[in-house]
Design a protein around this ligand. Structure first.
Ligand code: TYM
Length: 330
């Protein structure tokens, strides 16, 4: 059976890259009846220094937005990663089959490591924990954005090494990529880069928590090019095409339909159309999240329920693996 597993870091509010690239696709998978496990990757966030109260607040807000987006606890397993210690425990076992050479050559590691004089070991282990997140549920499919592909390749390699060493039969997780371009939403300020939580320019991304007028402003300021009419041409016109893509994702239409709707409009006029489509799609989610956050008890209960279900599933995998590794309790 297919088991779909994915995670999102609680580093500030979700942007529409996270939303269309991962969260909304999870909602679609749920609609198709898939078995989905989604967690808030708070342990991953510890690779950078966090203020404890800010991290807790971000975790709560992310939970609210995940639920508000349609990942309701009645339909899927939603929880906080740290509430299931088996993730960190399996990370250790996987770290014992991972090699330093392999981990230190991952491009994301090299990039992040450059920012430190003294590199924290957690940065190196980051993708090992990510592999554990999936394997602890026997995950077969992982919906993610394109930026996570190398991490999943590593997970597949770790599975091979682990299975070989212990005679285990963990499935190698596969990335689930969409065909609508939602796996790489671009920065609104520099369409050669992906939209990112860590970009210093807040106008580079639309947040799920942005009020309508802020969404309109950010789309109006989006960098396009000097051709006035609207075409969908991701290679040669990444800026405009990113807007067409967002329009399509928000209004659930195809690029041909979006371009037809833009017929006779210049890019400035078209931006108002895109902003309107985004507002129409995002405002109800923001409103649901706001209501959830007004009384966080519902969110707390949902996370606890999710964690209990996740722990039970993780325990099953753990018992099997512990027997193979010789670490089952005597
Ligand atoms: P994170 O929190 O950075 O991002 C969450 C999800 O959003 C996707 N994403 C994008 N998709 C399209 N366009 C973009 N511009 C864009 N930016 C981000 C990411 O690919 C991701 O799917 N390491 C992960 C969290 C994680 C995880 C896991 C994921 C921890 N354990 C296990 C899958 C399986 C991360 O930092 O995602």
């Amino acid at each position: 059976p297919r088991r779909v597993v994915t995670g999102v870091q609680p580093t500030g509010a979700l942007h529409i890259g996270n939303y269309f690239g991962a969260v909304r696709r999870c909602v679609r998978l749920l609609d198709q009846g898939e078995d989905l496990t989604v967690f808030i990757a708070d342990l991953h966030s510890l690779t950078v220094r966090q203020d404890a109260s800010v991290l807790q607040r971000n975790t709560l807000e992310l939970a609210a937005y995940l639920i508000a987006s349609g990942l309701e606890p009645a339909r899927c397993v939603v929880f906080q990663q740290s509430a299931v210690p088996r993730h960190a425990e399996l990370c250790w076992a996987l770290a014992c089959v991972a090699t330093l050479a392999r981990l230190s050559h991952l491009p994301q590691y090299k990039e992040k490591a450059k920012l430190y004089k003294e590199v924290p070991v957690g940065l190196l282990l980051y993708p090992v924990l990510q592999a554990a997140d999936v394997l602890v549920y026997g995950g077969t499919h992982v919906p993610v954005g394109r930026d996570q592909l190398q991490h999943l390749q590593l997970a597949a390699q770790l599975v091979r090494s682990f299975n070989h060493r212990y005679g285990a039969a963990l499935p190698a997780p596969q990335p689930l990529l969409p065909d609508d371009g939602s796996d790489r939403i671009l920065s609104l300020r520099d369409p050669t880069k992906k939209m990112s939580k860590s970009d210093t320019d807040p106008k580079s991304r639309v947040l799920l928590s942005d009020p309508d007028d802020v969404i309109e402003l950010k789309i109006r300021k989006a960098v396009t090019d000097f051709t006035p009419h609207v075409t969908y041409d991701p290679e040669s016109r990444p800026g405009v095409s990113n807007l067409v893509r967002l329009h399509c994702l928000a209004a659930d239409i195809l690029p041909e339909e979006a371009v037809e709707e833009a017929d006779g409009l210049n890019t400035a006029q078209y931006k108002a159309v895109v902003a309107r489509a985004l507002v129409r799609h995002l405002a109800p989610i923001r409103e649901r999240a706001r209501r959830l956050l007004a009384d966080p008890r519902v969110i707390h209960a949902a996370l606890q329920h999710g964690a209990a279900r996740a722990r039970a599933r993780a325990d099953t995998t753990h018992e099997r693996l512990a027997r193979l590794m010789g670490t089952a309790p005597l």
